[in-house]
Design a protein. Structure first.
Length: 401
């Protein structure tokens, strides 16, 4: 059933249409040409009008330059997610390791073993991109919630997958026709844990036997460095002569470089960590020189002994932001030290405590007392002026009489 020249044609397969153009079995197919190459594609419908609408849509895609050949529409979620990983590798993103683990994780200690399949690959692996619909994404959400995962964790999974689909959609030529609507779950309120100075000193006292842990606590509490920034820090990033630490582009979450000037405490601890090491060695290592990759067990033991079992390592970063603001450091400088690009997130980390509110009340009371004292002085001046003027006028009147 050929139309006008250049418009393509439609034809049935597996059955004969009735007088209304509807098939009982089989499917309608469309045929069209692009750059002299003939393409045939199943419309996956029994209705002729729907097949004709698909043919018009393909013709419009060819004209607008967003056409994807049918054979290229077989791209899988595996291929799309690889685009995201390649993009992160080329940009040296610090979040590459976490993004890789969401799909699959290779144990660096046992590279000969097959990688561990992650949540995303277990659910979406092998599927075509066209099969990833909003309904399927909602099923993934329900499955993760049934497994006890938090809404925040599920949102991070979906965010990584959505970014992969957006990369495929924006690539030239396009790898997929469209991006499905991804659900977004409402997360719980941000955590507001922080460390007071006495608690920090208690942590330092019990971590004194482990130099790497004691040093990481000090740097995180002073400058607000993230866990990944500390674990990936190498000796060549330390300049003890200038007393500075430089975080390279790609080693930070934001992708932007940062550098800070060490305090006396942090400089002493960092100097002990890098002594005898090569520039390419990691700063924080165990006594046998092994790189620190995971210290959850050591942290849990330390916080329990220090009397703060619910404390998270990330709470040190939140405390550093608050301490910088309390110390009077300008907010723009504090954000450059902690690595916050968004003011809204920085404000969320700058936690207000009961002590802060009590201090604010004390300052208000002092201010009120100053205003009151100033008002009393002004009143006394006015009274003195009035008394002096009145007394002088009365004396002059007496003299005139």
């Amino acid at each position: 059933m050929r139309g006008r020249y250049g418009e393509g044609s439609i034809f049935p397969r597996g059955g004969k249409p009735d007088e209304n153009g509807k098939l009982k079995t089989g499917s309608w197919w469309i045929c069209y040409s692009r750059n002299g190459v003939m393409h045939r594609e199943s419309a996956q419908t029994l209705v002729k009008a729907e097949a004709r609408a698909l043919l018009k849509r393909r013709s419009a895609e060819i004209v607008t330059g967003v056409f994807i050949p049918p054979k290229d529409q077989r791209i899988t979620v595996d291929d799309i997610y690889q685009l995201l990983l390649d993009d992160y590798k080329s940009k040296h993103r610090a979040s590459l390791e976490g993004t890789q683990q969401r799909w699959e994780w290779q144990n660096p200690k046992c590279p000969e073993k097959p990688p561990t399949i992650g949540r995303l690959k277990k659910f979406f692996g092998g599927l075509r991109a066209t099969q990833v619909t909003t309904d399927l994404l909602n099923k993934y959400v329900i499955q993760c919630q049934s497994a006890g995962l938090s809404d925040a964790t599920i949102n991070r999974d979906l965010a990584a997958l959505k970014k992969a689909f957006n990369l495929a959609y924006r690539s030239t030529p396009r790898r997929i026709q469209e991006v499905s609507v991804f659900p977004h779950l409402k997360e719980s309120t941000p955590r507001k844990g922080f460390v007071e100075e006495p608690q920090y000193r208690e942590l330092c006292k019990h971590a004194a036997g482990q130099l790497w842990l004691r040093s990481m606590i000090a740097v995180a509490y002073t400058f607000g460095f993230r866990r990944s920034e500390l674990l990936n820090m190498r000796c060549e990033q330390i300049n003890l002569l200038d007393g500075t630490i430089r975080l390279w582009r790609g080693t930070t979450k934001s992708g932007e470089p940062r550098h800070v000037t060490l305090t006396v405490e942090t400089k002493t601890l960092i100097a002990a960590c890098v002594t005898g090491k090569q520039p390419s060695d990691y700063v924080f290592t165990r006594k046998d020189g092994q790189r620190i990759r995971d210290f959850r067990e050591a942290w849990a033991t330390l916080t329990k002994v220090a009397g703060v079992p619910d404390l998270l390592f990330h709470d040190l970063r939140r405390s550093a932001v608050r301490n910088l603001v309390r110390a009077g450091v300008p907010e723009q400088v504090a954000m450059s030290i902690s690595g916050h690009k968004s003011r809204s997130v920085f404000d969320r980390y700058d936690i207000t405590t009961d002590r802060d509110r009590a201090e604010a009340a004390r300052k208000l009371e002092q201010y009120a007392q100053q205003i009151s004292a100033t008002s009393e002085q002004e009143d006394l001046k006015d009274m003195h002026k009035t008394y002096t003027i009145g007394h002088t006028s009365k004396s002059e009147e007496q003299l005139s009489n």
